[in-house]
Design a protein around this ligand. Sequence first.
Ligand SMILES: C[S@@+](CC[C@H](N)C(=O)[O-])C[C@H]1O[C@@H](n2cnc3c(N)ncnc32)[C@H](O)[C@@H]1O
Length: 305
Amino acid sequence: MDWLEVAVASPVELVEAVANVLNEIGSGGVVIEDPALIMNLIAEGSNETIAPTLKPLQVGQVVVKGYFCHDISLQQRLEHLSPRLSELSVSWQTREVREQDWATAWQAYYRPTRVGKHIVVKPSWEDYIAREGETVIELDPGMAFGCGTHATTAMCLALLEELVLGCSVVYDIGTGSGILAVAAALLGAREVIAVDIDELAVRTARDNAERNGVSDQVSAVQGDLLDNLAGGQADLIVANIIADVIIQLAPDAAAALKPGGKLVASGIIIDRADEVRRALGDAGLAPKQEMTEGEWVAMVYQKES
Ligand SMILES: C[S@@+](CC[C@H](N)C(=O)[O-])C[C@H]1O[C@@H](n2cnc3c(N)ncnc32)[C@H](O)[C@@H]1O
């Protein structure tokens, strides 16, 4: 899969705001190329990894880059991005990036990250010594979405920490890297079915399940939403996709839940939240909980017992 790189030329004082916009719109990672910062790191003899692309930049010119995968949500994400960047009066360019270029830039900035209360997401190439009570997910997202740092994923992980206990069957719809499926298995789900429409994501999810020693619990399958799981019943369904897809999924998700089962719906941009609430309500599900981070909302809905 190829990626769209959005490179924003930003004054120093707006770097954080630009990075937030890219994250909130769903960038799979944000890279800040600030030559002044790099010169300081070199002067201090820092061991930080320095991206080689920094060298041609001029001091005072900061470039903030976001990476967006070419999936069905790309157009919608760009439609949200454009007015947000215009509000900041910054200029930006896009270019197509090959998998390998993106992976290199991304890995240099990806470190073990704590999410929720006890989960730590650890890149497979980093060392991390787990503290007592921590659930460590070792991940190599490759080119699939889901390294744990994006708000939509982080909210799902926090909700899974609360909701997986006592669940035997969990469906992870739109699994990407498999991060949520692996989390559900590590948190105690007996059987997790991870679905993605993208074959590469399915392979990545399978690899990540194996890496975490949960391939007996997690099966990764290619499919469009619940189409290949007809007749199955889950205690918990988690779907971190986008508002339109959650709306489309709502009736089938309601049918696929056991009585009393719950749906965690994420990837919902705040201005579409009402439409999603309506669709989930129309599907016969009752609202239980909501979380908001930046522009994103995650919702928990429940089927009647
Ligand atoms: C935002 S990513 C979420 C990845 C991961 N679950 C996470 O929370 O970080 C959404 C994923 O949904 C997948 N997807 C999009 N539409 C889908 C569909 N109709 N059926 C199954 N998967 C879909 C995409 O390929 C992508 O991997």
